[in-house]
Write a protein that binds this ligand. Structure first.
Ligand code: PLP
Length: 410
């Protein structure tokens, strides 16, 4: 069991007043706060080791290169990848998915091919596929969600009939950022693999909240962002199966990714360098390694239990509020809850909550097609992490009651 009161001491940003009230930070699905050790690792790197990686032969460059490559190995271990070369550092989930779409998609998709997505995808796992579909003549197809409030998650009964021979790639989210549902990723990957279909898993909302083992999932690609797992912004990862990566063309050209350049032709290095053109974000990668250490000391099973239990408690307490519509499953869920009130706009709720020191997020959460399907313009989302407490849920509920009363909705 996690002890959030003890954990809070590790996170300097939590210890502040907002509008005179203690901060209750419930916007973790957008970005998580950073523990002191991650901040210190980043400062320490800039204070001592900063130098460009790979091309230098002096002490600082060698130290920086070692630190960068150690971070790659650390991330590989964090997700149980077979080989550090399967870890490509990117800016985040969005860039990781764009990399697969641009590189794998441009080399493999043609008219008549189908990309299968789900109706709960974040725009990051939707728009890159629209772009590459337009360029290659492939088309998109969607696995639907079930229920007026999508409380049933994905309609898995439809999956077999949608996985037809035209489907070349299946991209889906491990955890929905607005429903809180955890998809059975291993089962989805197994069904795709049995038909020779490539899988891309969006791990943005899962990576910092539960154990992730890419070999157990048996996915081809897994994409995630450092800033949602206690790492810093501007760094993320694309995991790709080695054989897949080595068969893919570069998506960006520049220094570091070539083995030889001539005036008219160039040859590429293997992965991961092939996909890391230019100076990589080595400092933030080193800090990401520290975030992996931090989360593993807490234990990712324990984190999953803690975040899931808080979300279930919040779901129960929120369901007592008049006129509330809660999205996603009632039972087991990841660490977030999304809700809407017919009479009060999500932006008003978030603005009122802010006056009470509570940080929430309101809007479509980059899930516009799903929101439209559910007949909503947006929702309010409370999302939890290792430092959140049951008492903070009481502060949230009290704040919502105050808002509802102000708008005459309670
Ligand atoms: N996918 C999901 C499910 C997300 O929740 C997010 C961010 O909220 C993203 C992708 C995009 O992540 P990033 O903006 O860090 O690239």
């Amino acid at each position: 069991m996690l002890d959030p009161q003890k954990i809070r001491a590790d996170f300097p940003a939590l210890h502040q007043l907002v509008h005179g009230k203690p901060l209750v930070y419930l916007d973790n699905a957008a970005t998580a706060q950073k523990p002191q050790i991650v901040i210190d690792t980043l400062s320490h790197f800039y204070e001592r080791d900063n130098s460009n990686v790979h091309r230098g032969l002096h002490a600082l460059s060698m130290r920086a290169t070692d630190a960068y490559e150690s971070a790659r190995s650390r991330v590989a271990k964090f997700i149980n990848a077979a080989d550090p070369a399967e870890i490509i550092f990117t800016r985040g989930t969005t860039e990781s998915i764009n990399l697969v779409a641009a590189s794998w998609g441009s080399a493999n998709l043609k008219p008549g091919d189908v990309i299968l997505l789900t109706e709960m995808e974040h725009h990051s796992n939707l728009v890159p596929w629209q772009l590459i579909a337009k360029r290659t003549g492939a088309t998109l197809r969607y696995l639907p969600v079930i229920g007026a409030d999508a409380e049933g998650g994905l309609d898995l009964t439809r999956l077999d009939s949608l996985l037809t021979p035209e489907v070349k790639l299946f991209a889906f989210t491990h955890v929905s950022n607005s429903l809180g549902v955890v998809n059975p990723a291993a089962e989805l990957c197994a069904k795709a693999r049995a038909r020779g279909i490539i899988t891309v898993v969006d791990g943005a909302q899962s990576i910092g909240h539960m154990p992730v083992d890419v070999r157990a999932l048996d996915c081809d690609f897994y994409a995630f962002s450092g800033h949602k797992m206690a790492g810093v912004t501007g760094i993320g990862v694309l995991y790709g199966r080695r054989a897949m990566l080595d068969a893919m063309p570069p998506w960006q050209g520049g220094g570091g990714m070539i083995s030889n350049v001539d005036f008219f032709e160039s040859r590429w290095k293997p992965a991961p360098e092939r996909f890391e053109a230019g100076t990589p974000n080595f400092a933030d990668a080193v800090a990401l390694g520290a975030a992996c250490d931090y989360l593993d000391v807490l234990g990712r099973e324990a984190i999953a239990q803690h975040d899931g239990a808080l979300a279930c408690l919040a779901f129960e307490k929120l369901s007592e509020l008049p006129g509330i519509r809660l999205l996603g499953p009632r039972g087991a869920r990841s660490g977030l809850v999304s809700f809407a009130f017919a009479e009060v706009h999500a932006h008003d709720i978030v603005t009122f909550a802010d006056e009470d020191g509570v940080a929430l997020r309101g809007g479509h959460h980059c899930n516009q097609p799903l929101m439209r399907k559910l007949g909503l313009t947006g929702t309010t989302r409370a999302s939890f992490y290792v430092y959140n407490t049951a008492e903070e849920i009481d502060v949230l509920v009290a704040s919502l009651r105050r808002t509802l009363k102000f708008f005459g909705a309670a």
